[in-house]
Structure formats: structure tokens, C-alpha cells
Unconditional design. Sequence first.
Length: 359
Amino acid sequence: MQVGILGLPNVGKSTLFNALTRSAVPAENYPFCTIAPNVGRVYVPDARLNHLAELIKPEKVVPAAIEFVDIAGLVKGASRGEGLGNQFLGHVRNVDAVVEVVRCFFDPNVTHVDGELGPLRDIETIETELILADLDVVGRRLAKVERQAKSGERQPQEELLALRRLEAKLAAGQRAQKEDVPTGSDLALLTAKPLLLVANVGEEGLKGDSSVAWEEVRIAAAQRGAGALWLSAKLEAELGELPPEERVLFLQELGLEEDGLTRLVKASYGLLGLVTFYTTTGGREVRAWAVPEGTPAPVAAGKIHSDMERGFIRAEVVSYQELVQAGSFAAAREQGRLRLEGRDYLVQDGDVIHFRFNV
């Protein structure tokens, strides 16, 4: 599952990506610094996994991970190819969810593409380009389905009506929703992807609610049914250079309970609609796995290895809470807390699972 980081040029996307992945992609003060998308895997902070590790004391602990993709800055006219816009929009179309970084910091040394700070204007600029790109996709699909609908068959006629409603919605400047997309039409609409608006604040906004710019972003997110959070990409980059103990002290001095990157990763994980299940390997390893909510047990097993899905027999399941209360797998089994689940079982968040399979 991939989360795309996008926004206008010079809003701090690459700085944030660098801090997230501790990598070294370019983050210079000029538009289109990022051309090819950079991809980084980020571990998901997980207190439950840490507690399981304390309980089981394995040799190895592996958190769940999600991928972040740093997509080049979009500009007004991107849907018409401005600033290599068509290429960059194609990168957005390939991700599962979108984190849009909105500039909310003042810095005369970092050029703003529109000359002055304007969070709501910037959000609307990106949104307009995504809507126009989606209109183009829907228009091309409509032309094809209109020809198919002349056959009189029910399916293309139903899709035609749905596409026309969708086209009208986009033409009115509204974002698409998942339910707007006709069943079976893999349009990969940009505006139908889950969205998180991230206000990149300066020092004046580190208390979050004290920033007028952040308030603009928060309201815009609520109007769009999107998530929202604030952070300072510059501060996160500085925190990344500190040893863990100094990082904690620095955050305490700022009056912050946790860093912005932790909040961002958690919010992105939720944005993707993922749940976490855990496996243990004879006490040698405790690992967290991320799967979409509603994933059947055999499919979850297949995430570990395709043979486990193909030869799935059953899943031995105990919830994280019940395992912790019991103190061990043996105790959980003795207390009747270990359940046997079949192929139809849908994995729940916090399940600790041992898969039985035979190939």
C-alpha cells in the first residue's frame, strides 16, 4: 500500500519525505526539484507490538510498514501538461491514498510559486488540477461506453448513467467519491482517493491551534471529508538528527507529546483503511502485518507466503488483549481464549494468529 506525498513546489514535501525515511533525496529551493518519484518504506509505530515483544522476548521484532512516494510539485495547469503535469499526475494515480502538504510557514528565503502565503488557495489549485485530470479520464471512458450502450445491453447502459452523473459532479467542481465510480470501472480517479491535508507550519505554528494558516487547512479538510494534521517539516528534519533521548527532551521543551512524523504515519495508516495482525515464529520472531479491513484469513496468510494461502487449513486466533491478560499462548489455550477460525473469518485489528496450512 502506497501513500503519495504531493503539493505545490516549495511547500516542504521532499524535506518531509527525507525526515520520514531518513533518506537523502534532493530538497532544494526551486520548482520541480523532484522529477522521478522517490519511494521509501516507513515502519509504523506500534505500542502493541512492543508489548508483545516484552511478553514473548523474541530474537527479532518486525513492525508493519507502509510506502511513501514523494511526487513532484504540481502547478496550475498540471492537467494540461504544465510543469510535466501529466507525468506527475500519473504518479499520483498509482498510489492508494494522498497526503497533500500545504505551505503554512513564512520564509522569505523560500520562494512561493504564487508570491505569498495562501493555504486555501493552494489547496484549491491542487484540487482543481486533480478534478480536471479526472474529468479527462471520465470523458474518455464515457466515449467508449456510449458506443457499447448502443447494443442495448443493461450493463453498459447502467454504467453510462453513472458516468454521466460522475462527469456532472466533477464539472461542478466537486471531488469524486468511491461510491460515485461505476462498479467494474477501474478509473483510478485522483479525487476519489483518501486524502490527508498536512499543514507544514513554521515556528509560529508549533502549538497547532495558534496558527491561522493551520485553521484554514483544518476547515478545508472538514469540508472535503479529509483528514488533517499539522507539523513542521523543518523541525522533523532537525529531530531526526538527534539521539532518541535528546529528541524526547526537545519535544518536552516544545510542549509536544510526540513528533509530527509519528502522527503522520499513524494518520496515513488509518487513511489506507488498514488493520494490524501479529504472528510469532516459535518465539524467534514477532511481526506485525498490515492488511485492508475485511481481509479473509486465507488472504492474510498469503501476505506471509503464497503457499500459506493456497494450502490454508485454519487459523488459530487470540486477540492481543486476551493474550496479554493470559500472559502466554499456553495460558491462553488453557483458558479457552484461543479460537479456531476457518476460511470465512475476517481478520480483526489486534489479532495474534498462527496459520495452519498444508501444501
